[in-house]
Design a binder for this molecule. Structure first.
Ligand code: ADP
Ligand code: MG
Length: 698
C-alpha cells in the first residue's frame, strides 16, 4: 500500500530510472504524480467503423496499416501518408513533416494502431483523411488494455521522456496501490456545500473518468474533479490571507475618534463635492479608523478617480486625533506635488507640513528630522527617503503609501514599523483585476473608487505613425493656440547603443525648432530635485507650453490645462504604463487627446496593446486585456510581488472559484480550533509549493 507522500519510486512500473526522470520534472511523490492531471481527454468509448465515418466528426478508430509512403509536395514539404484498414473500409492518415515516423518504421504494414482525430473528406481523392491525428501503436494485442480503449482516455503532457501511454499505466498502478482510506484535506462541510467530490473519487475520476462523465467539461477543466483541485489550491491561499486579516483585527491599534468637530474639519478641506464612490470609500476607511484594530486597507481607483482627496481627508482625521501622518510617494515629482497639494488643501487647518526627499540638503533634513521626532511636524510627505533616513516619529498614527505598485511590500512595512501598529492606507492606480488583487494584496481589505469625478470628457486616443507626423504637430499647434498645454513623452533619456530610439534630449531639440516661439522644457530623472520642482511648478502655472519628458511624469502629476499628450515609441510601453501616462491629460473639463506614435510597422502584440488603448479608457477593462495578452505572472507591477504558482488553478479562467474560496476562507478564519488543523493539512498537501511562503506579506 502506498500513501500520498510515498516516494514515486515505489509505484509499480516506475523504478529507479524513471523515478529519476520524474523527479527531474518535480514529480517526487505519489501525490505529485496524481496531481499531474491529464492535458486532455479523448472519447474512445466507441471505435467508429471506417465505413461509417462522417466528415467533421472527432473519431477514434482502430485499424491496421495497409501501406505507407512519403509524398514530396511543392509547397508543404514532405507528407507521410499512411493508408489504414479495419476490414470495412480504408482511411488515410497524413502527417506533415512526418518523415521521421517513416524512418523509425512506426508504420510497417500490418501494424495495429489506434488513431484519434478530426475526420476530413478529401474530395480530390474521394477518401476520408485524418490530418496529424493522435495515435498509439498497439505493439501486441495484450498491451491493448482497458486503459487505452473502451473509455474516456486521459492524454498527458509528456514529462521526463515518459509517454502518455506509460503515464496511463503508472498512474493507474499508483491509484491501485493507494491505501484505502486517504485523508481529505477539504472539510466535508465545504465539499457538501459546493458539490465537490471527495479526494479519492476525484483522483480516480480526473485520470480515468467514467463514461457517464461529461467529456466536454473534462476538456475545459470544468468537471467537478477539476473544480475540487482548483478550489483546494485557492482555498489554502485565501485561508492564509483570511487568517492574517483576522489576526490583524485582534492586534490593538491606534483608535481614532470622529466627533462632529473632526467631521467639520474634514469638510472644511473639500474643494468640491465628493463623488458617491469617494464618500463610500471614506466611510469604509473611517470605520476602520474607529475600530480598535489597525487599518490595513488597499484603496484602488483608476487614474484620475480622485484618490488624493480621500487621502487628505484621512490625514485630517489622524491629525485631529493628535497623531502624525506620513504620506509616501514613489517619485520626487509626485512627492513634491503632494506637498504642494497638502499646503493648499490643508491650508485652512494650519497644520505643520514637512517634505522629505532624496535631494534635500543635509542641514535642512536634520532640522526636519528633529521636528518630526518632537511631533511638531504633523504631516510628513516624502519619497522612500522617509524610510531610508533615520526618521523617528513622535506619534505616527497613519501611514499612506501612494502608487503602491511602484514600491515593494518591504518598503510599506518599513514605514509602518516607524509607528506602533499605525493605520495603513495603500493606494494604487494599477487597475488590477479583482482576482489578481485578491492574491497579491490578499492581506489587505479592499476599497474601490469606481466612478470618475463629474464633468470629465473622456480622452480621445489615436494611433499615429511616423508618416503622420505633420498632422500630429498641427493638432498640437491647434491646442496650444487655444491656450492649452502639451506633454511629449519619450521612453529613454539618451540614445542607447543598441536600440535606435529618439531620446528625449534629441526630441527636445527637434521640437524646439518645430515649435519655435513656444516655451518648452525638458524633464527627466537625472535632473536635480530643485530643477525638477521648478520645471513642474512652471508647467502647472502655465509658464511652459510643451513639457518634453521621460516617463518620470508617469504617476500622479496633475495639471488640468494640459490637454494633449504625445507618446513617442508607444510600442515600447506596456498597456498599464500607457494608461498611466495617458491619465496625465483629461483632468479638466476640456476635451483631451492622447496620440500614440509608433513606427509604421509594429508587431502584433504591440498592435493589440495600442488597439486596446485606442478603444477603451477604462483601466479595469484594459487590465483584463493585459492579463489576457501577457498572463498573470507578467502583469505590470506584480512581478516583484511573488504571485504564487498553482498546479491546476488558473487565476484568469478560474476567478469564480477564487471568489468562492475567499468566501469560504473568511467563514473558516474565525473557527480557531478547526482552522489550525485545516491549515496544517492543506499546507502539507501543497508540499514545496506552499503559496503562503511565496506571498510574503504582513
Ligand atoms: P488619482 O486618483 O489619479 O490620484 P487625483 O486625486 O489626482 O486622482 O484626482 C484627479 C483630479 O480630479 C484632481 O485634479 C482632483 O482635484 C480632481 N477631483 C477629484 N475628485 C473630484 C471631485 N469629486 N469633483 C471634482 N474634481 C475632483
Ligand atoms: Mg494619485
Amino acid at each position: 500500500m502506498l500513501r500520498l507522500d510515498s516516494d514515486v519510486m515505489y509505484v509499480k512500473g516506475v523504478g529507479p530510472r524513471r523515478s529519476e526522470l520524474l523527479k527531474s520534472r518535480g514529480i517526487r511523490t505519489v501525490e505529485d504524480l496524481l496531481l499531474h492531471v491529464p492535458r486532455t481527454y479523448q472519447d474512445r468509448a466507441n471505435f467508429i467503423r471506417l465505413d461509417s465515418l462522417k466528415a467533421g466528426q472527432e473519431a477514434a478508430v482502430q485499424a491496421k496499416v495497409y501501406r505507407s509512403r512519403v509524398i514530396q509536395t511543392r509547397t508543404r514539404g514532405k507528407i507521410l501518408d499512411v493508408i489504414l484498414t479495419d476490414g470495412t473500409s480504408f482511411i488515410h492518415a497524413k502527417w506533415f513533416h512526418g518523415g521521421y515516423l517513416q524512418q523509425n518504421r512506426v508504420f510497417s504494414a500490418g501494424k495495429p494502431l489506434v488513431l484519434f482525430g478530426r475526420v476530413d473528406f478529401d474530395s480530390y481523392e474521394s477518401t476520408f483523411v485524418l490530418f496529424n491525428p493522435e495515435f498509439e501503436v498497439i505493439d501486441d494485442s495484450d498491451s491493448l488494455s482497458s486503459l487505452d480503449i473502451g473509455r474516456i482516455v486521459p492524454i498527458y503532457e509528456e514529462a521526463g521522456g515518459i509517454t502518455t501511454r506509460q503515464f496511463r499505466r503508472i498512474v493507474s498502478s499508483a491509484l491501485n496501490q493507494l491505501e484505502d482510506v486517504i485523508d481529505d484535506p477539504l472539510p466535508e462541510d465545504i465539499r457538501e456545500a459546493n458539490g465537490f467530490p471527495d479526494l479519492k473519487t476525484s483522483l480516480h475520476r480526473i485520470h480515468f473518468p467514467e463514461n457517464s462523465d461529461d467529456l466536454d467539461k473534462l476538456n475545459h477543466r470544468d468537471s467537478p474533479y477539476h473544480h475540487r483541485f482548483i478550489f483546494e489550491e485557492f482555498f489554502l491561499l485565501e485561508l492564509a490571507f483570511a487568517l492574517r486579516r483576522y489576526q490583524a483585527r485582534s492586534v490593538k491599534g491606534v483608535r481614532f475618534q470622529t466627533r462632529d468637530r473632526i467631521r467639520d474639519q474634514v469638510k472644511r478641506i473639500l474643494p468640491f463635492h465628493p463623488t458617491n464612490a469617494q464618500k463610500r470609500v471614506l466611510k469604509e476607511i473611517v470605520d476602520d479608523l474607529r475600530a480598535p484594530y489597525p487599518m490595513n486597507r488597499l484603496l484602488q481607483g483608476d487614474v484620475g478617480s480622485g484618490k488624493t482627496i480621500v487621502a487628505f481627508e484621512t490625514i485630517v482625521v489622524a491629525v485631529e486625533n493628535g497623531y502624525q501622518a506620513a504620506l509616501m510617494a514613489p517619485t520626487e515629482i509626485l512627492a513634491e506635488q503632494h506637498y504642494l497639494n497638502a499646503k493648499r488643501i490643508l491650508g485652512p487647518l494650519a497644520y505643520t507640513i514637512g517634505v522629505m526627499r532624496g535631494g534635500t540638503r543635509k542641514a535642512e533634513k536634520e532640522q526636519l528630522a528633529q521636528k518630526i521626532a518632537s511631533g511638531e511636524t504633523q504631516v510628513v510627505i516624502g519619497t522612500h527617503a522617509l524610510i531610508e533616513e533615520k526618521t523617528q516619529f513622535n506619534k505616527l498614527g497613519l501611514v499612506i503609501v501612494d502608487e503602491q505598485h511602484r514600491f515593494g511590500v518591504v518598503q510599506r512595512l518599513q514605514l509602518i514599523s516607524k509607528g506602533e501598529n499605525p493605520n495603513t492606507l495603500v493606494m494604487t492606480a494599477t487597475p488590477i483585476p479583482r482576482t489578481l488583487a485578491m492574491t497579491i494584496y490578499g492581506d489587505l481589505d479592499l476599497s474601490v473608487i469606481d466612478e470618475m469625478p463629474p464633468g470629465r470628457t473622456p480622452i480621445r486616443t489615436s494611433h499615429a505613425t511616423d508618416r503622420d507626423v505633420d498632422r500630429v504637430y498641427a493638432t498640437i499647434r491647434a491646442e496650444l493656440e487655444l491656450g492649452r498645454q502639451c506633454y511629449v513623452v519619450y521612453p529613454l533619456i539618451e540614445e542607447s547603443e543598441k536600440i535606435d530610439l529618439r531620446s528625449a534630449t534629441e526630441g527636445f531639440k527637434k521640437l524646439s525648432e518645430v515649435f519655435s516661439g513656444r516655451r518648452l522644457a525638458l524633464l527627466h530623472g537625472r535632473l536635480k530635485s530643485v530643477e525638477k520642482e521648478s520645471i513642474m511648478r512652471a508647467f502647472s502655472t502655465g509658464e511652459i507650453d510643451i513639457l518634453v519628458s521621460t516617463t518620470v511624469i508617469e504617476v500622479g502629476v496633475d495639471v488640468a490645462n494640459a490637454t494633449v499628450m504625445l507618446i513617442e515609441h508607444a510600442e515600447r510601453f506596456g498597456i498599464a504604463q500607457l494608461h498611466q501616462l495617458r491619465g496625465r491629460v483629461g483632468r479638466g473639463g476640456h476635451q483631451s487627446l492622447c496620440i500614440l506614435m509608433t513606427p509604421y510597422g509594429i508587431n502584433d502584440v504591440a498592435r493589440q496593446r495600442i488597439k486596446a488603448l485606442v478603444s477603451s479608457t477604462d483601466g479595469f477593462k484594459l487590465a483584463e486585456v493585459d492579463l489576457q495578452i501577457r498572463g498573470p505572472g507578467e502583469m505590470a507591477g506584480t512581478r516583484q510581488s511573488g504571485l504564487p504558482e498553482f498546479r491546476t488553478a488558473n487565476l484568469f479562467t478560474d476567478s469564480h472559484l477564487l471568489s468562492l474560496a475567499q468566501k469560504e476562507a473568511d467563514r473558516w478564519a474565525s473557527r480557531t480550533e478547526e482552522r489550525e488543523h485545516l491549515i496544517q493539512r492543506l499546507s502539507s498537501r501543497a508540499g514545496g509549493r506552499n503559496p503562503i511562503g511565496l506571498v510574503t506579506v504582513g
